[in-house]
Design a protein around this ligand. Structure first.
Ligand SMILES: C[S@@+](CC[C@H](N)C(=O)[O-])C[C@H]1O[C@@H](n2cnc3c(N)ncnc32)[C@H](O)[C@@H]1O
Length: 230
């Protein structure tokens, strides 16, 4: 089974669940997703970025954590589902977070212009993982960093019961989308394991790629760099 996805279906699914997305996210994860996002940003705590691009930003939770950590940086929150971005607008206040409607596979940025690219729970939804990784590499400055936060396929039977039965059932009732949380389960199962994602990042050009599994391997953070001299 391929993990790669049909963009039109994905876009309309996220537009349809946007209003309930934040609630369900925090509810299903017992708010652990907030900790995963903080860890993601802390992985680049020693940097002083000027431009951060949060791809597949959704309702912009990660974009806002970046902006708190780096208040002087401009954070571009890019997503192809407008309703997801609209759902997060009230979080922005006067922060330097700028939502834009765009495709993660065709970024509206010149080569070598971005200090940090992040993608949280979005890379699994791309039509082509490798194309996405090459596109992130293209826009990063030499010395820039890619952060990928994503679920990892999990064989734990309890977790599979939770994500394969409980989440789709509650997701269906609350979001009114019959398939969205089934899709989540299927797409995580079909996604490459952490070691393979690391290899794919290296194949796209990233160096010193490392990953850290979190919360019993439910999610993993991959960090890769674009070499300063190439
Ligand atoms: C599961 S949500 C994650 C949102 C957010 N990053 C978070 O951590 O909550 C996945 C997001 O990816 C977006 N997405 C999927 N494919 C995309 C693409 N090709 N270009 C831009 N956004 C995309 C969807 O619209 C959706 O908002």
């Amino acid at each position: 089974m391929s993990h790669e996805q049909e963009p039109a279906k994905i876009k309309s699914m996220f537009n349809s669940i946007a209003r309930r997305y934040d609630f369900l996210n925090h509810f299903f994860s017992f708010n652990i997703d907030a900790m995963w996002r903080r860890r993601t940003v802390n992985a680049v705590a020693t940097k002083t970025p000027e431009l951060i691009l949060d791809v597949a930003a959704g309702t912009m939770d990660l974009s806002v954590v970046f902006s708190r950590k780096f208040p002087e940086a401009d954070v571009i929150a890019l997503d192809f589902a407008c309703e997801m971005l609209s759902g997060g607008l009230q979080k922005l206040k006067n922060r330097r977070v700028y939502p834009i409607n765009g495709d993660g596979l065709a970024l509206p940025f010149l080569d070598n212009t971005v200090d940090i690219v992040s993608i949280a729970f979005g890379i699994r939804n791309l039509e082509s993982l490798d194309k996405g990784l090459r596109e992130f590499y293209r826009v990063l400055k030499p010395g820039g960093t890619l952060l990928v936060l994503e679920f990892t396929p999990n064989r734990n039977p309890l977790f599979n019961l939770y994500s394969g039965i409980f989440m789709p059932l509650v997701g269906r009732l609350v979001s009114k989308d019959p398939d969205a949380y089934h899709y989540l389960h299927r797409s995580v199962k079909a996604f490459p394991p952490a070691g393979e994602l690391k290899n794919r990042m290296e194949n796209a050009g990233f160096s010193t790629v490392q990953y850290k599994k979190m919360t019993m391997g439910i999610a993993a953070l991959h960090v890769g760099n674009k070499d300063k001299f190439k």
